[in-house]
Design a protein around this ligand. Structure first.
Ligand code: ATR
Length: 279
């Protein structure tokens, strides 16, 4: 794509940022939709983040994504100009530059998680009317639990290596969240099991969890996407559970930012999934 002098600019602020798939996926949509715009990786050290953040409107950016380690600092810098959900989650992953140059902060991870789930398994299947089990209490877990509470699940059973972090998550997000311990994790009657820990990711130990008590119709969703089929998903699929991999959440969280920045809603397709993975 050759840019004009009026091209709309966006990017991802992270440190490091070289592993990010966002330039590839936004670039795919810009190309597909023939939009005069660009989405670039911006490697920004923590000590420079505030200055770069403030420069975005001055450089004509329509917005940006924010990734590790800047999401909490981004929440602080947007001040009151933040959607309530992002404040509740405690992190901003998407910035939108408004016409007057103000920067609005959003968190699109909860939307991405839920949309990915609903695209593959409609709510009419009823799994959201049963308890959900969430493994992990990090940044991703906060978005996942907020999405599930807002979707009206009757109970979120939450487990984390560090239990204090799980208690803090439950207090911050609010709703029917029960913190459990790994050795007494209750999978019985669950409609959904979500792994948000880094266990199972390439280079990390596998997730060692006994699935015996999980109903066979419960959906198992691993938000890890490298590898796409984690050991957890292979085992779940082997016993007959429907499974959802983590790539869709990444793609769907990007849809919201792209639509706000570039004014067109992009599509998540199988072709796009293959494209984003092949690099
Ligand atoms: P993210 O933003 O992807 O959620 P994070 O905030 O670093 O990343 O959270 C990582 C999650 O994986 C946490 O729940 C972490 O557990 P702790 O809060 O106890 O650290 C979990 N995790 C990472 N490595 C783990 C391991 N070896 N065993 C159990 N849990 C692990």
């Amino acid at each position: 794509m050759i840019l004009s002098g009026k091209a709309k600019l966006a990017g991802v602020l992270g440190w490091p940022v070289g592993h990010s798939r966002s330039p590839r996926l936004h670039g795919y949509w810009l190309d597909k939709l023939g939009i005069d715009g660009a989405y670039v990786p911006l490697a920004v050290q923590p000590e420079d983040f505030a200055a770069v953040f403030r420069a975005l409107p001055k450089m004509g950016f329509v917005g940006a994504n924010v990734t590790v380690p800047h999401k909490e600092e981004a929440l602080r810098l947007v001040g009151d100009n933040v959607e309530p959900l992002a404040r509740r989650i405690g992190a901003v992953n998407t910035l939108v530059v408004e016409p007057d140059g103000a920067i609005r902060g959003l968190n699109t991870d909860a939307f991405g998680f839920m949309q990915n789930l609903l695209e593959t398994h409609p709510a009419s299947l009823g799994y959201l009317n049963r308890p959900a089990v969430v493994l992990g209490a990090g940044g991703a877990a906060r978005a996942v639990v907020a999405a599930l509470v807002d979707a009206g699940v009757p109970q979120v059973r939450l487990v984390n290596r560090n239990p204090q972090r799980a208690e803090k998550l439950a207090a911050d997000i609010g709703g029917p969240i029960t913190v459990q311990s790994w050795d007494r994790l209750d999978l019985e009657g669950g409609g959904l099991l979500v792994n948000t820990t880094s266990l199972g990711m390439t280079g990390q130990p596998p997730l060692d969890i006994d699935l015996a008590a999980l109903p066979l119709d419960a959906i198992v969703n691993d938000i890890v996407y490298a590898p796409l089929m984690t050991d957890l998903l292979v085992r779940a699929q082997g016993r007959g559970n429907p499974v959802v991999d983590g790539l869709g959440m990444l793609l769907w969280q990007a849809v919201r930012g792209f639509t706000l920045w570039f004014g067109q809603q992009p599509e998540v397709t199988a072709e796009m999934r293959d494209f984003v993975l092949s690099s």
